[in-house]
Design a protein around this ligand. Structure first.
Ligand code: ARG
Ligand code: ZN
Length: 471
């Protein structure tokens, strides 16, 4: 209203700029953050810096309830915004005031604050919720795994929707406090450091803190009856491992592998530089899934990883991700090669360390064991598409590409790149192109043709000339 009364002129013009836009200029945040592989994942209009989850879980009924408090900053003038979530919401408050909310799409919780939110301002969002996660699905699937004595949230790329509301995309990393009350005798395991536990009325509350930026899919929760072991790496990083009391025949092999976490972190530090977080370890719940996951500081292992005896290779793989994936995270899901190629290459280095084949021998073997007409070569590790993100080619052809890079730039430059990369983007995000440019800077070589051949062509590369007869 005042605007109309101001006479035209320079002074008035500058005053005009200072007047906040009217509510009509505020627009809804996008329902997806803009990842071409998963258009609905994440959201637009804000950036989360911290999640505080205060939850209660009852294993016998799979009932989860509690409150999520998100600290965020708006990145546009916002009339409305989404969180990704599947459970039943009873109340939302934004900056203290009740907000209206509704659900839409597969996993969108649409929140309309009482007052529109100007760009660049801090926002506190409180979501009260409850639900039975195993009854919820999106796109026809669920990644919440119930176990005989609890449950586990650990999957990639989707796991958060079943237990906390989030901006579910690795490009929006945040710190976490995860506090979960469970019946006495049951434990709750999450990322980072166990700050404290407390008991009352038959419930024990576990308070976990992860104090370095963490992607939503790397945030994990496991409830069950666990044995917990502790130790330290040579650099003094606390090691906390947890084993389900219900691992049966796999118990020995699981412990014989995961108890070597400290040794393996020490060894990886030689290649990747100092371990980036304040705690490390793994947990082995009594799940039946076939994969492991590099959940930050506290790796998820399926007992099936240990069905044939010890498996230090999977421990190396998941711990390598703490640098390649967790510290430096994907900018978008198409950048998955930086995670899986390097975690696989770390396994090859471990094989060499253990006297079970050098990286070059494994590269030669991998190259030779896939004939040119094998579908393996149709997957482009540098852009595999959402359906092939975890195809074996992303891992094995991805590691082959790394051996090709090593042979092209030489060991000195290669190991400088390997150790230097986490320092290039600490606690950040990066693309495959960022990696290529960094390797070019360190090596002084133009690497576009090599990257194109090994990562972006849907066909078997010719045997690299520099490598001689064995390829
Ligand atoms: N990043 C995991 C690993 O290779 C892969 C997880 C694949 N996810 C799945 N649901 N299978 O360590
Ligand atoms: Zn992996």
């Amino acid at each position: 209203m005042h605007r109309r009364l101001i006479a035209p002129g320079a002074l008035a013009a500058s005053l005009l700029l200072a007047i906040p836009a009217s509510a009509a200029d505020y627009t809804p945040g996008a329902p997806g953050i803009g990842d071409p592989y998963y258009p609905a994942y994440g959201n637009g209009g804000y950036d989360v810096s911290h999640y505080d989850l205060r939850l209660t879980y009852q294993p016998t009924t799979d009932e989860l309830e509690g409150t999520a408090t998100l600290l965020a900053t708006t990145t546009q003038d916002l009339s409305r915004f989404d969180l990704d979530f599947l459970l039943d919401v009873s109340e939302v408050r934004v900056n203290g005031a009740k907000a209206s909310f509704t659900t839409s799409g597969q996993h969108e919780l649409e929140i309309t604050p009482a007052t529109p939110l100007p760009k660049g301002t801090p926002v506190t969002v409180v979501v009260r919720y409850s639900g039975v996660p195993s009854t919820k699905s999106a796109y026809g699937f669920s990644t919440w795994h119930r176990t005989p004595d609890g449950a586990v949230a650990a999957d990639e790329p989707e796991s958060a929707w079943w237990w906390y509301p989030s901006n579910d995309h690795p490009s929006d990393k945040a710190t976490y406090d995860v506090s979960v009350a469970v019946p006495d005798g049951t434990q709750a395991i999450s990322n980072g450091t166990l700050q404290s536990t407390s008991s009352q009325r038959g419930w024990t509350r576990y308070n976990w803190r992860s104090n370095k930026p963490q992607a939503t899919y790397l945030t994990t929760l496991a409830i069950g009856r666990f044995d917990i072991t502790t130790g330290k790496t040579s650099d003094g990083v606390p090691v906390v491992n947890a084993y389900s009391k219900d691992l049966g025949d796999n118990d020995g092999a699981a412990r014989a592998s995961v108890e070597r976490t400290g040794e393996i972190v020490d060894w990886l530090t030689g290649y990747f530089g100092p371990y980036p977080f304040n705690s490390v370890g793994g947990y082995v719940p009594n799940t039946t899934t076939g994969y492991a996951l590099e959940t930050q500081t506290r790796v998820y292992y399926s007992p099936r990883q240990f069905a044939n005896g010890s498996n230090t290779s999977v421990v190396v793989h998941e711990l390598a991700h703490q640098w390649y994936g967790d510290d430096v995270s994907l900018a978008g899901w198409k950048d998955i090669w930086i995670n899986e190629g390097f975690a696989r290459y770390a396994q090859w280095l471990w094989s060499e360390h253990e006297g079970e084949g050098t990286t070059q021998e494994l590269a030669d073997y991998t190259y030779a064991s896939h004939p040119a007409d094998d579908a393996f070569w149709t997957v482009k590790p540098g852009d595999p598409g959402p359906d092939n993100q975890f195809d074996t080619a992303v891992y094995d052809r991805g590691a082959l590409a790394i051996q090709a890079l090593r042979n092209e730039i030489g060991d000195d430059a290669f190991f400088t790149v390997l150790k230097g990369w986490p320092k290039e983007h600490p606690y950040g995000n990066a693309t495959v192109e960022d990696f290529r440019k960094y390797a070019e800077r360190v090596s002084g070589k133009s690497l576009a043709p090599l990257f194109d051949t090994w990562l972006f062509q849907p066909s078997k590369p010719a045997a690299p000339a520099a490598r001689g007869a064995s390829l």
